[in-house]
Design a protein around this ligand. Structure first.
Ligand code: M6R
Length: 609
């Protein structure tokens, strides 16, 4: 996820662009840049890090342009460096492009363009767009060149482009990554979302997939890539600036929960090979031979990432038949872990900066183990220091409580289980079955999200209980722990997750009518055993919410309340099951009027040991 802002009008372009970028900083902030056209010449400036660095770089430069495009980057391909920051320029410097999305066939395009003499300066997928547009720019018709270039592109994009000899127009096109036109008075804007332009105009046109716009200061026209005119509707925005950054939601946490269908698509994009019943994980290709030889994996992580790791343990043992252990990163180096060339150490971390996880990875490296990462933040320390790894592509997670990063970690762990399994004994049929089921998950999550109001009502009913117990078995045991963590960290209600079968060995003593239990009991291989544990709670007058599979009417007969999720493979159940748990915790905390996105005593990234 990156942020784009374009401006053409009567104001100082670089100041307007900088203001817009600052409002999109939540979309990513590892580097930023602008390009303007003045006196028939493009000038581009880029800086690594937050937008303040770009602002400092521009201060005193007095570019004083009236047209420009800009970008704040959330790296997906290539490290957060100045070369990889946008805008990207054509070889002759006459065109500049910014891009949000992923160009899936960029390697093929890059090779073809190199053969034609194009020189690439970055490792990004986006740079191919600048060179590809240059190929079609011989008639100096920028819109035509962009259309022809985009016809060759596979993947997703929101792009804006400018050219030195079309110094009054910006071209913007969308497929899969959002773009909105802001209609002003003798000035027009383009942005990834309305937050960037709300300070200037409330009149907007949302571009749809497949549409391209030519925007000048007093006009705009929208067509498809074959130049067929499209009639558009001007909408009026009545959000405040802050509301718009949260996509109209009350909190980033809710926005991030709602983004999960899109996150599953992004974290699997270009990685599924259904026909071969396997996956392609580019970040592991260099160590593929080593991976074939490993017999043991140690997963190290903290908090939510560790619960994802525990679910990964069940997946890899069942489907890849590799022995897996999951360690608290903070404990790893106080033990004497036995590591050999047949052991890989896998760090799971959203931020890629968690001090305990980083220290554990360094220790594993020192002992000569193969180190791997599942990391969301591209170019973060763990991503850089591990031997190989896979990015989640969940986009920036702002709320302290991790939600979409968790689901994307589970998706990547599933993909790794398939990769390792197919290297060993997993059949093509099994691989295909898992991949086909992964492809159905976004729709199934959307269905769960539609029942958010029901979970909201349930949250109101239970908001005043001081304690909660979460129970689950097998794949849903770590999920029970994650559900309890979500509730305690944002609502400050004491909650614990237990293995359902373990409860009778002590914790059941806590249960009475004031101690509700959230039982995660999908219709899977351990359902009957879960029901036995639920009966034990009912016998002690405990209140029960059951999370189970659609169609299971039995649950309604025994539970106080039931939440349903669609059926899926047992290994994938936590990806669906976590969504109601996130919503339940979220609504309880918001009923209590708590600071959901920034709970007390916590930090998003824990960089101290
Ligand atoms: O950035 P990381 O994934 O390494 O962070 C690990 C934990 O600090 C994190 O998951 C934490 O538990 C979250 N606040 C949970 O919502």
């Amino acid at each position: 996820m990156c942020g784009i802002v374009g401006y053409v009008g009567k104001k100082n372009a670089e100041n307007t662009l900088l203001e817009g970028l600052k409002r999109l900083e939540y979309r990513g902030y590892d580097s930023s840049g602008i390009a303007i056209v003045k006196n028939g010449k493009i000038t581009s400036k880029k800086a690594v890090g937050k937008i303040i660095n770009l602002e400092n770089l521009l201060s005193g430069k007095n570019l004083d342009a009236r047209i420009g495009i800009s970008h704040t980057r959330w790296a997906t391909h290539g490290k957060p460096t100045e070369e990889n920051a946008h805008p990207h320029l054509s070889c002759d410097g006459n065109l500049a492009v910014v891009h949000n999305g992923i160009i899936e066939n960029y390697q093929t395009l890059r090779e073809e363009l190199k053969k034609k003499g194009h020189k690439f300066l970055s490792q990004t997928d986006s740079e191919v767009l600048a060179h590809l547009i240059e190929e079609f720019y011989e008639k100096k018709d920028l819109k035509h060149a962009v259309c022809e270039a985009l016809k060759l592109v596979e993947g997703t994009y929101g792009i804006t482009a400018i050219a030195n000899d079309n110094s009054d127009e910006i071209i913007a096109a969308r497929k899969g990554s959002p773009l909105v036109l802001g209609i002003g008075d003798n000035e027009n804007f383009i942005a990834s979302d309305v937050a960037a332009i709300l300070g200037y105009t409330k009149q907007v046109v949302y571009l749809n997939d497949g549409e391209i716009a030519r925007v000048t200061k007093d006009n705009f026209e929208i067509t498809d890539l074959d130049d067929r005119k499209i009639d558009c509707e001007i909408s009026k925005i009545d959000w405040t600036l802050e509301e718009s950054q949260r996509g109209g939601h009350d909190h980033f946490m809710l926005k991030e929960i709602m983004e999960q269908p899109r996150v599953i698509v992004d974290s699997t994009r270009g990685r599924l090979l259904p026909e071969e019943g396997t996956v392609r994980l580019g970040g592991l290709e260099d160590v593929e031979a080593k991976l074939r030889k490993i017999e043991r994996i140690i997963i190290i992580a903290c908090g939510t990432a560790r619960y994802a790791g525990l679910i990964g343990e069940y997946m890899m043992e069942e489907y890849a038949e590799i022995s897996v252990e999951v360690e608290f990163a903070s404990e790893f180096r106080y033990r004497k872990p036995i590591l050999d060339e047949k052991t890989a150490v896998l760090a799971v971390s959203q931020s890629g900066e968690t001090a305990d996880t980083l220290a554990a990875i360094r220790e594993a490296k020192r002992k000569g183990a193969l180190t791997l990462g599942i990391v969301n933040v591209v170019g973060s320390t763990i991503a850089r220091e591990t031997d190989a790894g896979v990015y989640n592509h969940a986009g920036p997670e702002i709320a302290v409580a991790s939600t979409k990063a968790f689901t994307s970690q589970l998706v990547v762990l599933t993909l790794m289980a398939v990769l390792l399994g197919r290297q060993r004994k997993m059949s093509e049929v099994t691989g295909r079955r898992i991949i086909e089921e992964i492809e159905t998950l976004p729709k199934k999550i959307e269905k769960i999200l539609k029942s958010a109001d029901k979970i909201k009502k349930l949250a109101k009913k239970y908001a005043d209980y001081p304690n909660f117990m979460y129970l689950g078995r097998k794949y849903c045991f770590p999920l029970a722990e994650e559900g309890a963590l979500k509730l305690k960290e944002i609502s400050y209600i004491h909650s614990e997750g237990f293995a359902a079968g373990e409860m009778k060995h002590g914790s059941i003593a806590l249960i009475d009518e004031n101690f509700p239990v959230f039982a995660i009991a999908p219709k899977d291989s351990v359902y009957e055993k879960n029901i036995s544990n639920i009966e034990e709670i009912l016998a002690r007058k405990g209140k029960i919410i059951i999370l189970t599979t659609e169609g299971n009417k039995e649950a309604e007969k025994i539970a106080d309340d039931v939440i349903y999720i669609p059926k899926t493979l047992e290994m994938l159940t936590p990806i669906l099951g976590v969504v109601p748990l996130q919503l339940f915790a979220y609504y309880i905390a918001s009923y209590k009027g708590l600071d959901v996105d920034k709970p007390r005593n916590l930090a998003k990234s824990v960089t101290v040991e």
